[in-house]
Design a protein around this ligand. Structure first.
Ligand code: GLA
Length: 718
């Protein structure tokens, strides 16, 4: 609910268990009155506008508590601004780098699904410049989407020098930040740090999101939250380009959070009459700890962000991917053999990875030439696609559209189509360069090439890869390339999905290098990491689960001896870990005997029984890996009829007690039975008992070493 009190010019955004309140003060400045969890109950306004706006002490002129909803650069310069603009001076005089925004008007719209959008218009009293602070409230899912729209109402161009999607002012305190950082094959490593006084940055300085920092945060008071208790403020950016999240912890304990475009090498010119809308910052607050925050982000992404295919897919299909089985050694015969084995074990989507096009026999050539290689598939890909369809599976292909190998026909024809500075070296990563999405002809060329691939080969699924960061970012678009690249990718994906409504897409960037709420609006799932070692994946997947739902997180079972780490793990462990997301298979099925294939089939059949609960249920991290070297996760359906409890021990910590997993979200009075893959019943107990005493994680087996794992399926039986 959005309530407005015209007397005090106060807006109350009241959500299921949280609120955000703001007001236009007597000077017309729109300031934040507060935000945070609220007691569950009727949606009544919280702030009346009677209390002082600025509860922080002021030290000299440094108004450390300044809580404008849009912080502008001009009257002061010592805080991070949301917005900084340079206007041309009158008669060629000094440019004016000063914006003040004052309340002009507002409107509240309601969507058919119940979401409400508050748009507050703010004008500069002198310059012909307006901004709209936009807040879309999803009261049921407890998430606010915030973005800023700006317009040059003058008759000369203006330069925007810094622009965030939003600035949030959190209550005073010493804060801890939980987020995820990493690198190739080690994405999403969770990090928990006490914010120092000063500004802490999470950022990407590439044309894509990257995996150095992932664009989300969970904030709690120092020592004030765990997985199921305590106040947590959370947020994530719906943007897949260079981004920045800045956490400004002031000496007086105020915390300001800014999220949006990175100011690094930023430039945005607005012509007369031109408008720009930023991507959204999604944010909220809850009182039920880190799992509570994650659950809200998961539900929002599932319900409001992830695309809907036509017909809709209630659950993600079981995938097979050829990469670790075939690498670049593709042939029609080998792929058909893999497809037959895949179908026989229960796979629903068969995807051919890299190497099917141009001169792409290894990673040094062919990227950019999106024609089926006659050398590899002399009769084209259609016979394979047809066979895959005949076997009852969907057909998928790997592409990496944004890139080119210098050894390719495309590059030979258009050496200027890549990011570069004239007469300067062009740094290659994995022997490839990035196409210049500042050129409309590049984006148009790719739109045609991709549509042709999908159309001619009856493609149902694209694994869309992006395997390097930017260097020498020279573009015909100038500094705007940092935005244009992501906008071009969005336009390509949106265009394809409009034209092929049944198509689904996976976002891959050397693994989890482009995962964010912006790309997830046009991709159905993401490739979490090239690291498929089940034990290494526990931390990777746990970090990803802080922000992203299991439904979107693609996880493969691969070889007994892992290709990335060389570690050998039992098949059960590999399945137990991969079943925590959207299951895929990456093993060389042609090298397995019938008994092994039969085991795969049994696991896949089990996964199909539990996947609705895993993919669409509520996720509780019952025990974090960092706590005792073991990770225990529960997924429970909202109606409490079913739950899945997954335990994986990664380390053995001698003499350290692994506490029983106290389940959550069950019906206290109902009786539940817990079954394993083979329908063996382990326990039968009431919901209240399972929540109060918990389930012994090793189920009395006494086994508890690295690689010990178990997936139990709980069903309400009375
Ligand atoms: C990237 C991806 C892999 C695979 C290869 C193909 O590394 O992350 O999964 O698709 O490219 O070259």
């Amino acid at each position: 609910m959005i309530d407005f009190d015209p007397r005090t010019r106060t807006w109350n955004l009241v959500l299921a268990t949280s609120f955000h309140a703001l007001r236009a003060d007597p000077d017309g400045r729109v300031v934040c009155l507060g935000s945070g969890p609220r007691a569950v109950g009727p949606a009544l306004p919280i702030a009346s506008g009677a209390l002082p706006d600025d509860p922080f002490p002021r030290i000299g002129v440094d108004r450390q508590g300044r809580r404008d909803e849009v912080v502008t650069f001009g009257d002061h310069t010592w805080h991070e601004p949301t917005l900084k603009v340079s206007f041309p001076g009158a008669d060629g005089g000094l440019p004016i780098r000063d914006v003040r925004l004052r309340y002009a008007s507002h409107e509240i719209d309601r969507l058919a699904d119940g979401r409400e959008t508050l748009r507050i218009r703010l004008d500069d009293p002198v310059q012909p410049f307006s901004a709209w602070l936009c807040l879309r409230v999803d009261a049921t899912l407890d998430v606010i989407e915030r973005w800023l729209e700006i317009e040059n109402r003058g008759d000369r161009p203006i330069q925007v020098e810094q622009l965030s999607s939003g600035t949030l002012h959190l209550p005073a305190g010493r804060w801890e930040l939980l987020h995820a950082a990493g690198g190739w094959a080690a994405e999403f490593q969770s990090e928990r740090v006490r914010l120092p006084v000063g500004t802490t940055l999470l950022e990407s300085r590439s044309v894509h999101t990257g995996f150095v920092h992932h664009p989300f945060y969970l904030l709690s008071f120092e020592g004030g939250a765990d997985e199921s208790h305590g106040t947590v403020y959370f947020g994530q950016l719906a943007w897949s380009g260079s981004f920045r999240l800045a956490f400004e912890q002031r000496p007086n304990a105020a915390l300001h959070v800014h999220g949006g475009y990175s100011p690094f090498d930023f430039a945005l010119s607005l012509a007369p009459g031109e408008r720009h809308a930023t991507p959204a910052l999604l944010h909220g607050a809850c009182a039920d700890g880190f799992s509570g925050a994650s659950q809200r982000m998961h539900a929002f992404l599932r319900e409001r962000v992830l695309p809907r295919t036509d017909p809709p897919e209630p659950v993600r299909p079981v995938l097979y991917n050829s990469w670790e089985a075939s690498y670049f050694a593709l042939s029609l015969a080998s792929q058909i053999a893999l497809a037959k084995k895949s179908a026989a074990i229960g796979v629903e989507l068969f995807c051919v990875d890299d190497g099917w096009f141009g001169a792409r026999r290894n990673d040094t050539a062919g990227l950019g030439d999106w024609r089926v290689s006659p050398e590899v598939f002399p009769t084209g890909l259609r016979p394979l696609a047809d066979e895959v369809h005949r076997l009852g599976m969907k057909f998928g292909l790997w592409v990496e559209p944004e890139m080119v190998n210098p050894d390719s026909d495309l590059y030979r024809e258009h050496p200027d189509w890549v990011l570069h500075f004239p007469d300067r070296p062009r740094t290659e990563h994995r022997h490839q360069l990035i196409l210049d999405f500042g050129r409309p002809e590049v984006v148009a060329h790719l739109a045609d090439a991709l549509a042709r691939i999908v159309d001619e080969n009856a493609v149902d699924f694209l694994k869309w890869d992006m395997n390097r960061s930017a260097t020498e970012p020279g573009s015909v678009a100038g500094k705007a390339i940092w935005r244009r690249h992501a906008e071009g990718v969005y336009a390509l994906m949106d265009g394809l999905r409009r034209r092929f409504p049944r198509l689904s897409i996976e976002s891959c960037s050397s693994g989890g290098g482009r995962v964010d709420a912006g790309i997830l609006a046009r991709t159905d799932q993401f490739w979490t990491s090239d690291n498929t070692d089940a034990l290494a994946r526990v931390a990777i997947q746990e970090g990803a689960s802080l922000a992203y739902p299991a439904r979107a997180m693609c996880c493969w079972v691969t070889h007994e001896r892992n290709h990335q780490t060389g570690r050998r793990l039992e098949l059960a462990t590999r399945f137990d870990v991969a079943m925590r997301g959207a299951l895929g298979i990456g093993s060389d099925l042609s090298a397995l005997d019938d008994a092994e294939l039969d085991e795969y089939a049994k696991w896949i059949a089990f996964y199909k029984r539990i996947r609705n609960t895993v993919q669409n249920g509520i996720c509780h991290r019952l025990q974090r890996l960092e706590e005792a070297g073991t990770s225990i996760v529960e997924y429970v359906l909202p109606d409490a009829s079913e739950a899945v409890v997954s335990t994986v021990a990664v380390e053995r910590r001698i003499a350290q007690l692994v506490r029983p997993a106290r389940l959550r979200g069950l019906d206290p009075s109902a009786l539940y039975a817990a079954f394993d893959r083979d329908e063996r019943e382990y326990v039968r107990a009431r919901g209240a008992e399972l929540e109060a005493l918990g389930l012994d994680p090793n189920l009395g087996t006494g086994r508890y070493g690295p690689g010990y794992s178990r997936t139990l399926w709980l069903r309400r039986i009375g």
